[in-house]
Design a protein around this ligand. Structure first.
Ligand code: ZN
Length: 374
């Protein structure tokens, strides 16, 4: 059993609570109010709701380029770097990105993995032994769902994804899709596919938002990527009025997968409160995919970030959520507590979703807990 004392941002509401978090066998056993002299601030570990870490070999390859120029195959700088990289280089780059994510407080991330089944296998290989766990949206033929956790579609006007949607349904796994990034033309077609997660929605209008609410589809927004690619400015407050909104750092080619940076940018450039941003960075992504992390409450998987509230950077701040979102960074981290996850089981006959849940559950039961110190 371990205890972490300080000001805890507890529950779905992230209410600052003085006391302690009790962790037992990888699970939050209790959140107790208590007198404490600790100046630590304890928040849920982050859930990064949209990434493409497969492009970790092409960092900054899109500087100065439009969306089309940055990602169009086969001649973009990204594709040339990917083509030149060996399997080992790709896996190593993804693994190092995941180490950075763990160091900066991320417990899980929802990754769109390109390159079909090979891409999914590479990310599985990179994730072996890591303390941060990917939720992999595979690509290519529907058969990728035998090894991925869900299907990730590039955009509804890029291809006909009807069969892929149906296959995800049959496998009982989520179907996610980009929509409304450079313009609004693919939003209704994406909604026609009845997705489980929409990514971007920069150009959503009222009729799109009504459908999002009716269909109860969560949305992952990626403000820094939208800025980098100059595609516009999502109306996050409108999205929040209609559905669950989660925060993602998008392609690691464009930006580092630091949730601290994404939160600060969002809080300072959008009409949202610090607490809303922190929810988007934690429980938003967990809720979107039904993950058992992202909230500090008894019974949840123990993913915690412990900040030094008396660091040179944070000393004197009065509102913990505001301090975390607008100001905090990796240098303020004392501990990151992440559950250790299991190896990917290859047992046939189980759906990918079941396999991931079972692996996590077994490791959780076994009481593995990994503490990564800065
Ligand atoms: Zn994306």
């Amino acid at each position: 059993m371990e205890e972490f004392e300080g000001t805890i941002l507890a529950g779905q509401s992230l209410t600052p609570t003085r006391g302690r978090v009790v962790v037992e066998d990888g699970e939050i056993a209790a959140v107790e109010q208590a007198k404490t002299a600790s100046t630590n601030i304890i928040l849920p570990a982050f859930v990064n709701a949209h990434t493409h870490i497969g492009d970790a070999v092409a960092k900054e390859a899109a500087v100065g380029l439009s969306l089309g120029e940055a990602v169009v195959p086969p001649d973009s700088l990204k594709h040339r770097r990917l083509a030149a990289a060996s399997h080992e280089q790709l896996v190593t780059a993804m693994g190092r990105t995941m180490q950075f994510m763990a160091q900066t407080g991320t417990a899980r991330f929802l990754d769109f993995r390109e390159s079909g089944p090979d891409g999914t296998r590479q990310l599985r290989a990179a994730a072996a032994g890591q303390s941060v766990e990917p939720f992999i949206f595979g690509s290519g033929e529907p058969g990728v769902l035998e090894i991925a956790d869900g299907y990730g579609a590039s955009g509804a006007t890029d291809d006909d994804f009807t069969d892929h949607r149906a296959a995800a349904n049959e496998s009982g796994v989520p179907f996610a899709i980009h929509a409304g990034e450079p313009n609004a033309t693919d939003i209704h077609p994406a909604l026609d596919l009845d997705p489980d997660l929409l990514v971007h929605m920069v150009h959503a209008t009222d009729d799109h938002l009504e459908r999002v609410a009716q269909q109860d589809v969560p949305v992952a927004v990626c403000p820094r990527a939208n800025l980098t690619l100059r595609v516009g400015h999502a109306s996050i407050s409108d999205l929040l009025d209609h559905t669950t909104v989660a925060l993602g750092t998008d392609n690691v080619m464009l930006n580092s997968p630091s949730m601290f940076r994404e939160m600060a940018h969002t809080a300072k450039n959008y009409d949202v409160t610090a607490r809303e941003v922190l929810k988007m960075a934690t429980v938003g992504g967990a809720e979107a995919m039904g993950l058992d992390c992202g909230v500090i409450e008894a019974g949840r998987r123990a993913g915690l970030v412990v900040l030094d509230g008396d660091s040179h950077n944070l000393a004197g701040t009065e509102d913990p959520a505001r301090a975390i979102v607008r100001r905090a960074g990796p240098l303020d981290i004392r501990d990151v507590i992440l559950p250790a996850f299991g190896e990917w089981p290859s047992e046939p006959g189980l759906s990918a979703y079941t396999c991931v849940s079972a692996a996590g559950w077994l490791v959780w039961l076994a009481g593995s807990l990994m503490i990564t110190r800065k």
